[in-house]
Design a protein around this ligand. Structure first.
Ligand SMILES: [Fe+2]
Length: 380
């Protein structure tokens, strides 16, 4: 992490590393040698170890500075300080310190004590001396900041193990940002409320699409089949979404708002705070029939598909399934056929056109395939 120095009223391109950042390699060497000396015969991955020491530096540097703040290390304001943004961001990524055994905790504590010495520009006598300590009294931290390092150090010790029991939510977020979708199930508190909507809806036959039925308040999207408006697609999709949203029952919108509050979306909210806003709700019985496409033209960031059926499972030959893929450079990655089994939920990253989905129409019209699609936009 670099710290920009800015004089009053002007931006400067002068960059100055914090004293901790400057000594990262020295710290990694020193803690590693200390560990080897004190734990002869202990088998561990040296690169993981060095990386974890670097990460402790990053956490401390990051949480002592305001993100992107353009002055030498200083206290963040109270709100930011109490948030420990970098600690929360990195704590699940420790590879060696996640062990939380006596040896690894001792190594963390030694790292913290060295960081404190370095922050005070005290000379550390190196065990090995591959990298030299950088001393710069102008960059010493203030006593209250040194105290804060202790607080952060304790929090790192107690949180380092979170990556040992890696939360499935983190796996979900990796799927979301890498594959472009999360295939999961509808949360238990949401599922019965969706069925309630199915039962209370006044259904009418669909006439202008491949759907079986639609709620009486819902309009079929004709743009897939013809262009009665002569509008360009983004304009049409946005207007269509807006019109449908105006007619959507408030209690159905409430379900969409409650769904995004589920803890599984906490990781998304860390990067896209505070709470994604519901922009559009679709609801029908049956299925579209569309080639692989991305729905980003409507300007929303996240789409959640939710399926309810009366069936025990779902047979591929009934149709109504979706196929997910990521297309880059004419190649397909992470292709997955997802059957609309009752209770299925698919969260789709709608913010990048490389993420696509194709839909097969419902072949067996005696089957019900209730489809909800909630669209969300990051709210700033
Ligand atoms: Fe779509």
């Amino acid at each position: 992490m670099t710290t920009l120095i800015r004089k009053e009223g002007e931006m400067s391109n002068v960059k100055k590393l914090s004293i901790i950042e400057e000594n990262k390699d020295f710290l990694a060497d020193e803690v590693h040698q200390y560990f080897v000396k004190n734990n002869p015969g202990y088998e561990f991955n040296k690169e993981f170890f060095r990386r974890d020491v670097h990460m402790i530096c990053d956490i401390i540097c990051g949480d002592l500075e305001v993100e992107g703040y353009v002055s030498p290390i200083t206290f963040a304001d109270e709100d930011t300080k109490s948030g420990y943004y970098n600690l929360n961001r990195y704590k699940s990524s420790f590879l060696f310190f996640k062990e939380q055994n006596q040896e690894s905790i001792e190594a963390i504590n030694y790292t913290i004590s060295l960081i404190k010495s370095i922050s005070k520009n005290e000379v550390v006598t190196p065990v090995l001396g591959t990298h030299s300590q950088v001393i710069d009294n102008e960059r010493s931290l203030k006593p209250e900041q040194i105290e804060e390092i202790d607080v952060l150090g304790s929090l790192i010790v107690s949180n380092a193990g979170t990556s040992k029991k890696r939360t499935p939510y983190l796996d979900m977020m990796e799927d979301y940002f890498d594959k472009g979708f999360i295939h999961t199930t509808i949360p238990e508190n949401i599922y019965p409320r969706l069925w309630e909507q199915v039962h209370k809806t006044k259904w009418v036959d669909a006439t202008r699409s491949t759907y079986k039925k639609r709620p009486d308040w819902y309009h079929e999207n004709e743009k897939h089949y013809m262009d009665p408006t002569m509008m360009d697609r983004p304009t049409y999709e946005k207007l269509f979404a807006k019109e449908v949203f105006t007619n959507t029952p408030p209690d159905l919108i409430e379900i969409a708002e409650d769904l995004i509050k589920d803890p599984m979306f906490d990781y998304i909210k860390m990067f896209r705070p505070p709470i994604p806003e519901v922009k559009c709700v679709h609801f029908w019985n049956g299925s579209e029939n569309s080639p692989h496409h991305n729905d980003g033209v409507d300007g929303t960031d996240l789409m959640i598909f939710l399926y309810l059926t009366d069936e025990e499972g779902w047979d591929e030959e009934w149709g109504g399934y979706i196929n997910m893929l990521k297309e880059v450079g004419g190649k397909f990655y992470h292709t997955k056929l997802i059957l609309p089994i009752d209770g299925t939920m698919v969260c789709v990253n709608n913010s990048a056109p490389i993420f696509k989905h194709g839909i097969r129409d419902l072949k067996y019209k005696d089957k019900n395939r209730y489809t909800f699609i909630f669209h969300y936009t990051w709210k700033f």
